[in-house]
Design a protein around this ligand. Structure first.
Ligand code: CTP
Ligand code: MG
Length: 226
């Protein structure tokens, strides 16, 4: 299934504490952002890449795109205050396609077979997101005290890519904007429309580079894949 991908890249990386956009930090020999771009560049089903960026970082990102011969970037719209705004700016700028994927630029270890599966389920059913089963025992805590232990069987940690029929995601984002709803992922916006969302079991390797220790994990993944 062919698709276009939106990569929100306009964050600040506060939790990484690197004093710059964490996407510019190197993993092995390349910036995190370049690793992510190359996955989609190499996937033959990907027909276009949209990057939400900060205005002041656009020249640097364009230089990275040129240096690494990334050919599929169709636009670099200006991102917003929150991730949702950044994604929305890409959705508004692109033309309608059958399937659109949203993927955190900070998750460089996603694999092409998983992307293919997500795009296929999204095309057939409307919405599909990547996730992994919770590994630890999960409890609800209020004011430092255990309230209850939640049945782990039903708990998933969700990731990106999140894949949708374009029209469904565009509608969900427009509605969210209109009523001022802010979600932490795209699925939340689609859930509000009452649409089913399918989960596709992904890998614990599809980690988001968020804090310093994620970089150590990231280097280890690259080493083991070599
Ligand atoms: N992102 C974005 N626009 C924002 C905020 C985040 O495009 N206003 C992007 C980030 O660049 C990242 C992805 O969304 O690729 C996931 O967000 P997150 O991991 O939270 O990155 P940051 O917001 O940069 O990090 P932090 O929350 O620690 O500041
Ligand atoms: Mg953030």
């Amino acid at each position: 299934m062919r698709y276009e991908v939106v990569l929100p890249a306009a964050g600040s990386g506060k939790r990484m504490g690197a004093g710059q956009n964490k996407l510019f930090l190197n993993l092995a020999d390349k910036p995190i952002l370049v690793h992510t771009l190359l996955v989609f560049e190499h996937d033959e089903n990907c027909t276009g890449i949209w990057l939400a960026v900060k205005d002041e970082e656009r020249p640097f990102i364009q230089a990275l795109i040129d240096k690494h011969n990334i050919t599929k970037v169709k636009g670099l719209p200006t991102g917003g205050e929150e991730r949702q705004h950044s994604v929305h700016s890409c959705i508004k700028e692109m033309s309608a396609v059958d399937v659109v994927l949203v993927h955190d630029a900070a998750r460089p270890f996603i694999t092409i077979p998983k992307i293919t599966e997500l795009a296929k389920v999204a095309y057939e059913k409307g919405a599909a997101i990547a996730g992994v089963r919770a590994k630890d025992t999960m409890k609800v805590v209020h004011n430092g005290l255990i309230k209850e232990t939640v049945d782990r069987e039903s708990l998933w940690m969700v990731q990106t890519p999140q894949a949708f029929r374009y029209d469904l995601l565009a509608e969900a984002e427009d509605v969210a904007e209109k009523v001022g709803f802010l979600g932490t992922d795209e699925a939340m916006l689609v859930e509000r429309l009452g649409h089913d969302i399918h989960i596709v079991e992904c890998s614990y390797e599809n980690v988001k580079m968020t804090t310093q220790e994620d970089l150590i994990f990231g280097e280890a993944i690259l080493k083991q894949r070599k």
